[in-house]
Design a protein around this ligand. Structure first.
Ligand SMILES: [Zn+2]
Length: 483
């Protein structure tokens, strides 16, 4: 039998996760994620990540399986449905509820971006400056995003779900396992059957870590014949999760002592809820002073409601707050800013405060206004709390560039920039090696995806040495036949 793997995205790069799997004439797409990076390249790549209507019809795509709600895994689904895909999208109930506000928000960003480009083009043309590339239509609209919601099909962890064909002769069955990476995240085991023979392909999605706040630890990897595994931090070791509270407390005390603000570019999903929970615990334990904390992101607000609803995903921390009669996500203690006016009013506050705002890589959203207003003041601190992809503003701050562009204006980076990476939802090198250990004895080959080349090469060497397995790092568009 033969299974064909076609790597569309997150191949030698971190974003745009999408892999097409074919067996016995049945077709499954694992993830349909948005590529994030330089504008022109991103537009080019993203419009090719989903099949054209003709390709879609020819592909005979039976099912889409979504590992988790992050936009770099789910963000091109609206384009897929716009091109005519009407089949099911299988994923966990929490992922479905997260995707509703997240895809809407992503569509809103696409729409605003296209509008901005259009205005800039017009302005430049009017004053005789070369206007640059022609304005583009948004990749997809909020209407396209809403269409996706009609195709979600919830799956329960550990329960096999037939995706295409039949279980016995020819077809695909999936079983999902908790990935411990974000609320609702899963790893997917695909049983591909042809002529009664089964080949098991394990897709890691994004592998999480033990002891992360809020969510439960990852399930051990199930036995499989082939593994497609992420490699985001394939060359890194994180500080233990337990260190994060002490570091966060030290930062808050240092900045409040000098009368500054803490500006946290924070992913609206997971990182914001984790930081809110940790700040809440620190204030309760009187380890940091009471001070205003603002969550300035309408998306974070919508997502926090999803976190509250899906108690089946919680570990003991949020449950402990509930047992004390408190709310873990701090509705009473924090201020969730709803409107742009409320957001702008923060600029006039003359006392120390913390503001968490999206986007997490500082590419768009209200965080840009907070950075513009605060980055040139040495009393302030920009707290980087998540992964920053190449060429993003967040990455430039981590790399300590003395000057950055915000809304097209050069600005001096005088604020302190500090990072906490121990909240990372991604397993580090050692954690990836340990996670795959239960699957390793039966594996025939490993495909590394979702990582930059240096991280992939480091992880590949470790897997080869520890498990004596063949490891491949496919490029975008590469095809392989296995089984
Ligand atoms: Zn992810």
């Amino acid at each position: 039998m033969a299974i064909r793997l076609h790597f569309w995205g997150a191949a030698q790069t971190v974003t745009g996760s999408s892999h097409h799997i074919e067996c016995a004439g049945q077709n499954v797409l694992l993830d349909c994620g948005l590529f994030q990076g330089r504008r022109q390249q991103a537009t080019e790549i993203n419009s090719h990540l989903a099949l054209t209507p003709e390709q879609l019809a020819a592909s005979g795509l039976n099912a889409v399986v979504l590992s988790h709600a992050h936009i770099d895994h789910s963000g091109v689904l609206p384009l897929l449905t716009r091109q005519g895909y009407r089949g099911p999208i299988y994923t966990t109930p929490a992922t479905i509820d997260l995707c509703v506000p997240m895809l809407k928000d992503s569509a809103h960003i696409q729409e605003s971006d296209a509008e901005f480009m259009g205005r800039r083009h017009g302005r430049r043309k009017a004053i005789g400056v070369p206007p640059g590339p022609l304005p583009v239509a948004p990749l997809y609209t909020q209407e396209d995003a809403a269409e996706v919601n009609r195709h979600f099909h919830p799956v329960k962890l550990h329960e096999p779900q037939l995706l295409a064909g039949s279980r016995r002769d020819a077809g695909f069955t999936m079983t999902s396992f908790n990935a411990g990476h974000m609320l609702g995240s899963s790893c997917v085991l695909l049983d591909a059957v042809e002529n009664g023979q089964t080949t098991r392909l394990l897709f890691s999605g994004d592998v999480g870590r033990k002891n992360l706040p809020i969510i439960r630890d990852p399930d051990p990897a199930p036995a499989a014949d082939y593994l497609i595994m992420e490699s985001t931090y394939g060359d890194r070791l994180h500080a233990p999760v337990g260190d994060v509270k002490a570091k966060l407390a030290a930062i808050v005390k240092r900045v409040t002592a000098r009368g500054g603000h803490i500006i946290v570019p924070s992913f609206a999903v997971e990182r914001t809820q984790q930081l809110v929970l940790l700040l809440h615990e620190l204030i309760d334990a009187k380890q940091i002073p009471e001070m205003p904390i603002f969550v300035d992101s309408p998306l974070a607000l919508a997502v926090t409601e999803v976190f509250e609803k899906h108690t089946e995903e919680w570990d003991e921390e949020p449950a402990a707050f509930v047992a004390k009669g408190e709310d873990p996500f701090g509705w009473k203690r924090l201020t969730y800013t709803h409107t742009v006016q409320e957001s702008k009013a923060l600029n006039d506050l003359r006392m120390p405060f913390i503001v968490l705002s999206a986007s997490g890589m500082c590419e768009a959203g209200r965080i840009l206004h907070h950075l513009k207003n605060g980055i040139e003041d040495p009393r302030n601190l920009v707290l980087i709390a998540g992964y920053q992809a190449e060429n993003t503003l967040g990455r430039k701050l981590v790399d300590k560039l003395p000057e950055v562009n915000i809304f097209g204006e050069p600005m001096r980076v005088r604020a302190e920039v500090d990072s906490i990476d121990s909240l990372s939802g991604h397993a580090d090198q050692q954690e990836l090696l340990d996670w795959m250990a239960p699957a390793a004895p039966t594996l025939k080959k490993v495909f590394l995806v979702h990582g930059e080349p240096a991280a992939q090469q480091a992880l590949k060497a470790k897997i080869e040495a520890r498990y004596k397995l063949e490891v491949l790092c496919p490029k975008r568009g590469d095809r392989f036949e296995v089984g």
